[in-house]
Design a protein around this ligand. Structure first.
Ligand code: GLN
Length: 193
């Protein structure tokens, strides 16, 4: 069984742990740089990207995490996690900067107040069977994509992108009750050993 780390600074990490374990992985909460050692993959959960980044800087995790993901560690990022990975962040707090590893530009809370949270069926490239229930909660709007593959769109905007071993989602698969994306990630992480 692969060992998947779940960044546990803040946010929806417990739900990812449950989904990953159901999908056949062992998990470890990641709170320090030492926790990165020996992982087969990592999940960057939803929450508040500003708080998450600030806490990572404080405990000295931001740079080691950038090295690990940049070095090819399989990564699944959801919502705030997608923001943390993005190269450009609009409507961030002050000069909010994250890992800058994914060639996309996102606008925080870009779907606006009226549609603060919504659910939409998503057609995900390469996924068989029915559509995936996309749960969006104050989701980032992807405004530009560069060197990434868009694997799902909603309303003409990318909501799932991939680059190498990184998958970033604007929605919350851990809250959808559908394990297909977690299973796929666990498979990818198993292959990386
Ligand atoms: N709006 C949050 C942020 O900017 C993301 C919301 C979420 O992860 N559900 O970090």
């Amino acid at each position: 069984m692969p060992l998947i780390g779940v960044l546990a600074m803040q946010g929806a990490f417990a739900e990812h742990v449950r989904a990953l374990e159901k999908a056949g992985a062992r998990t470890r909460l990641v709170r320090t740089r030492e926790d990165l050692e020996g992982l087969d993959g990592i999940v960057l959960p939803g929450g508040e990207s500003t708080t998450m980044t600030m806490l990572m800087e404080r405990v000295g995790l931001l740079e080691p995490l950038r090295d690990a993901i940049g070095g090819g560690l399989p990564t699944l990022a959801t919502c705030a996690g997608m923001i943390v990975l993005a190269r450009e962040i609009a409507d961030g707090m002050g000069d909010q900067r994250g890992l800058g590893l994914l060639d996309i530009a996102v606008r925080r809370n870009g779907y606006g107040r009226q549609v603060d949270s919504f659910e939409a069926p998503l057609q995900i490239a390469g996924m068989d069977g029915k559509t995936f229930p996309g749960v969006f909660i104050r989701a980032p709007l992807v405004e530009r994509t560069g060197d990434v593959e868009v694997v799902a769109e909603h309303d003409g905007h990318p909501v799932a992108v991939r680059h190498g071993r990184i998958t970033a989602l604007g929605f919350h698969p851990e809250l959808s009750g559908d394990l297909r994306l977690h299973r796929e990630f666990v498979r990818l992480a198993s292959g990386s050993r």
